[in-house]
Design a protein around this ligand. Structure first.
Ligand SMILES: [Zn+2]
Length: 175
């Protein structure tokens, strides 16, 4: 097993970032670059990342990405972490906490360049709002005052994993 040269944390085999300190893993980047060359010979396959892509990435995002990789990487969604048992409460919070996404929602997504997901999540939020307000009317509960929090939580929960999928996995999906 390899260890982080900066802090000594054991590294996952395919990790791009150290789960302890967020440092980029050079050997992983090199092996991904090789995978990238292999992928290029296969038309239609998605592009892998190289270390250069993360030179400008803030510390906070490196830690989030390292934690997402520890939680299961590609298969991670905010409601599904294949390796959830290995995560501490703090690490789980790293995956789903994003104050900017909570406050600014779709606008923060646009800022991150996630416009497809901004549209999809806004539509989902709209549908949820309609359903919830109809339910509120039917049950005579004044739910309208609380509807904003539904979409705010949705954007907050999705933001870090969505940005990981865009930045590290180079996915450009609507969902
Ligand atoms: Zn480290």
């Amino acid at each position: 097993m390899a260890f982080c040269e900066q802090c000594g944390t054991p590294l996952l085999e395919s990790a791009l970032f150290c789960a302890g300190c967020g440092k980029e893993i050079a050997s992983s980047a090199a092996s991904r670059a090789m995978a990238l060359d292999a992928a290029r010979s296969t038309p239609g396959s998605s592009r892998a990342s190289t270390a250069d892509d993360f030179a400008e990435l803030p510390e906070k995002w490196r830690q989030r990405f390292a934690t997402i990789e520890k939680a299961g990487g590609e298969r991670v969604r905010w409601w599904r972490w294949p390796a959830a048992k290995q995560l501490s409460t703090k690490e789980k919070r790293l995956i789903t906490s994003n104050l900017w996404a909570f406050v600014f929602g779709p606008f923060y997504y646009l800022y991150l360049g996630l416009w497809r997901k901004a549209i999809t999540l806004s539509l989902v939020a709209l549908v949820l709002d309609v359903i919830l307000s109809m339910a509120g009317d039917a049950l005579n509960i004044p739910i309208d005052n609380f509807l904003w929090i539904v979409s705010a939580i949705m954007f907050k929960q999705c933001a870090n994993v969505d940005y990981y999928r865009k930045t590290v996995l180079k996915r450009r999906e609507w969902w």
